[in-house]
Design a protein around this ligand. Sequence first.
Ligand code: 13P
Length: 249
Amino acid sequence: MRRKLAAGNWKMNGTAGALSELVELAKHVKPGDAETLICPPAPLLYLACEKLRGTAIAIGAQDCHIEASGAYTGDISAPMVADTGATYVILGHSERRDAHDETNADIAAKTRAAWGAGLTAIICIGESGADREEDKTLDVIAAQLAGSVPENASGQNSVIAYEPIWAIGTGKTPTLDQIVEVHDFIRARLNDRFGQETGDTIRLLYGGSVKSENAAEIFTAENVDGALVGGASLKAADFAPIIKALSRA
Ligand code: 13P
């Protein structure tokens, strides 16, 4: 059984005051609910871990460097992330692939660095609007999976997030059939590559304009094990109903 995961990606939003939303959110998350994770900006990681100690909410980072330390001004290493108390790291988000020219090989190297620090990697993949219009979605997904997910991936060390770029922050979502098609395809690819025993343990999240209004329908898909949520994860009042919908799915 794969444990459901509701993950919030705060992106570059929030200063220390915003952590009151996390404390509020923690009041809503009960034992037996879906696993809940918030990935705040790096400067908040340590304080978020402190404030959430003893609650059911896990904390993750939004990126890490491939090296453990060195002359990389402005970067943050995987051991540094782990040192804050965080247990997850999002890698290869389309906003980083685009704005920071991250390649599949970079993301695979970051994933290995994350594993080395004991972090679970949430590896993001997803097609652009043009890819979908040109009917290249599954080819793009296959190439990203092959290039970004290293050997030895497992349900322990990795989660895959399918985030169609055209659905991020736009209010547009794929149809349920489109989500099912891609998630079933990802599952089949993982099973082919890692064997079913391992492939079946890797959780697959859907991301892109998930809201309380559309979450329950998305969570009906067999190979959707949760969501990676941007805007609707910033406020406890918005994220809590998504966690509840996932917990009931
Ligand atoms: P939105 O939920 O704001 O569309 O963002 C999705 C996302 O990019 C999460 O990583």
